[in-house]
Design a protein around this ligand. Structure first.
Ligand code: ADP
Ligand code: PAZ
Ligand code: K
Length: 266
């Protein structure tokens, strides 16, 4: 079984590669530093894993822990993907392509695959509402035009709590109102409006900048909260990173099979 793993800065999402697609998608909140405990809790029962294909934006320490755990549990060395300058019909906008978050690269891969040859001929805006909120724009010819990054819905209140005397952890409620009259609802409303205004305004300016009709897709753990509040129509594509991982894993397994065959016949 090929395991697809998307390690974000808040949660780890994973799936089984099945017929070129991610199947049985699951998620778990990860610790800031140690992830071995959550891996044991979530993956203890997983059998027959012979490949682990990973998108990791959680840094090298997290990668090291996954590597040790996977080698102990399955004797499998995980394959950590990195963003490339070209591939899968996409040209990376970054002059240092490997510095583009691998989650963002794989979202581009997934979206390119989904809409290539479809009726949609315009550019595509990809919004990922996770620990951070990212926006990327993919031109109709597969050219990545670039993107933006801001703190996510959970991070903004945390930043206020960590950096002001008068605001403490406001996680107890998600409720908000346009003009709030309590600190927690004022902070929650501020985060929501900041995110909504950011996404809506970028979408307006991108539409003015690129020709043709724009398609907008949204993914990430906070997408369900954002969807009803956004001005434009978005296609909600959960687990976009896992779809990108499936596309790359399917390709590389083909290459690996050919390589294995080559070795076998030498
Ligand atoms: N069950 C959940 N547990 C934790 N966070 C969740 C959950 N469902 C949605 N979220 C929201 O999703 C966000 C994380 O989204 P996700 O896309 O998994 O982030 P990342 O890829 O950055 O780890 C959190 O900030 C939180 O607001
Ligand atoms: C912007 C991100 C932190 C988002 O990660 P996430 O919110 O999914 O945890 C991640 O894409 C990243 O580490 N990017 C590297 C910097 C860049 O993309 O320019
Ligand atoms: K993400």
């Amino acid at each position: 079984m090929i395991l697809l793993v998307d390690i974000g800065n808040s949660r780890i999402k994973w799936a089984r590669l099945d017929g070129g697609k991610p199947a049985d998608v699951k998620a778990m909140v990860r610790g800031k530093t140690g992830i071995k405990r959550v891996l044991s809790k979530a993956w203890k029962g997983l059998e027959g894993v012979n490949r682990v294909v990973v998108a990791n934006v959680g840094g090298p320490k997290v990668a090291e822990q996954l590597k040790e755990w996977s080698q102990n549990q399955w004797q499998v060395v995980p394959e950590f993907l990195t963003s490339r300058s070209n591939g899968y019909g996409i040209r990376n906008a970054y002059s240092k392509p490997e510095t583009l978050g691998i989650d963002r690269w794989l979202e581009l891969v997934a979206v390119r695959q989904r809409y290539r040859g479809s009726a949609h001929k315009g550019a595509i805006v990809i919004v990922d509402c996770g620990t951070a909120i990212t926006i990327d724009v993919l031109a109709t010819d597969g050219k990545h035009l670039g993107g933006l990054i801001v703190p996510g819905l959970t991070m903004m209140p945390k930043l206020l709590a960590d950096n002001t005397a008068g605001i403490d952890e406001t996680a107890e409620t998600l409720e908000y109102s346009l003009l709030a009259s309590t600190t927690s609802t004022a902070v929650n409303a501020g985060a929501l409006y900041a995110a909504i205004a950011f996404i809506d305004r970028v979408s307006i300016d991108v539409a003015a900048e690129v020709r043709g009709d724009l398609k907008r897709v949204i993914t990430g753990g906070d997408a369900p909260r954002m969807l009803p509040l956004l001005r434009d129509k978005y296609e909600h594509l959960p687990d976009l990173v896992l779809w990108g991982l499936a596309r790359v894993a399917r390709d590389t397994s083909k290459v690996r099979r050919e390589a294995d065959v080559d070795c076998a016949t030498q």
